[in-house]
Design a protein around this ligand. Structure first.
Ligand code: HPA
Length: 233
């Protein structure tokens, strides 16, 4: 048996799945970090791999960009493949001035404008929250490995492009660290469907200042983020 957007047989996906937006990042990370790697999905080029990290079985699956695409993979991973832990690995645009490019964030909660969240809760506001066990473990792994993490909240949006003036001011004042496009629906669906979820993000740009991370910033913070995420397997 397989699902609509994933062609793996049940059993070919590990209990813990890392979820980058970019399918090619899934491919490169599988090649870079894992042993005995098998590619289990090529449907729509949204690649998925299972392998071993330091002897532990783990999968890495592209989600595509945005909450619509992410919701499809999260549903199928949990419902069909009985995945227990989903860890998003991605980037966000900072909306706090003092947040450095390349900083690794462990996401506590995600506010947002997900249409699905509005539909699920009759217009009321569910507080989309990371799983505490995964969060604590990620925090402790960061400490042990000497990787500086900041714990805080993000905003997940359906609209990368918009023409709303000063759109992020209220969220900056509310203490939101950055903006991305997946965590809110990941947290909501994982809780709804009985799995644990976490998002680990690196700051790729600053929406307020227009600064963008250099290739060097990106590489180091990417390695730090992936090391924490794979160590959660
Ligand atoms: N907006 C939304 N998502 C993002 C951004 C952004 O500026 N940067 C990285 N992910």
């Amino acid at each position: 048996m397989s699902s609509i957007h994933i062609e793996a047989n049940v059993g070919e996906i590990a209990e813990t799945v890392l979820l980058p937006g970019d399918p090619l990042r899934a491919k490169y990370a599988a090649e870079q970090f894992l042993e005995n790697v098998v590619c289990y999905n090529q449907v729509r080029n949204i690649l998925g791999y299972t392998g071993y990290y330091k002897g532990k079985r783990v999968s890495i699956q592209g989600s595509g960009m945005g909450m619509g695409s992410t919701a499809i993979y999260v549903n199928e991973l949990i419902n069909t493949y009985k995945v227990k832990n989903i860890i998003r690995v991605g980037t966000c645009g900072a909306i706090q001035k003092d947040l450095k490019l390349g900083q690794v964030l462990l996401v506590l909660s995600a506010s947002g404008d997900s249409g699905a969240n509005i539909a699920f809760f009759n217009g009321m506001h569910y507080a989309a929250t990371a799983d505490f066990d995964l969060l604590l473990k990620a925090y402790e792994i960061g400490k042990i490995k000497g990787i500086n993490t900041i714990q805080g909240s993000v905003f997940s949006t359906d609209t990368f492009y918009d023409d709303i003036p000063n759109r992020w001011d209220i969220w900056q004042q509310q203490g939101i660290l950055g903006v991305e496009m997946e965590s809110q629906i990941l947290f909501t669906l994982a809780k709804r469907l009985g799995a644990k979820a976490l998002s680990i993000l690196t700051v790729s740009d600053n929406i307020l200042t227009g600064e963008a991370a250099t290739a060097q910033d990106r590489e180091q913070s990417y390695m730090d983020m992936m090391e924490i995420a794979f160590s959660l397997a």
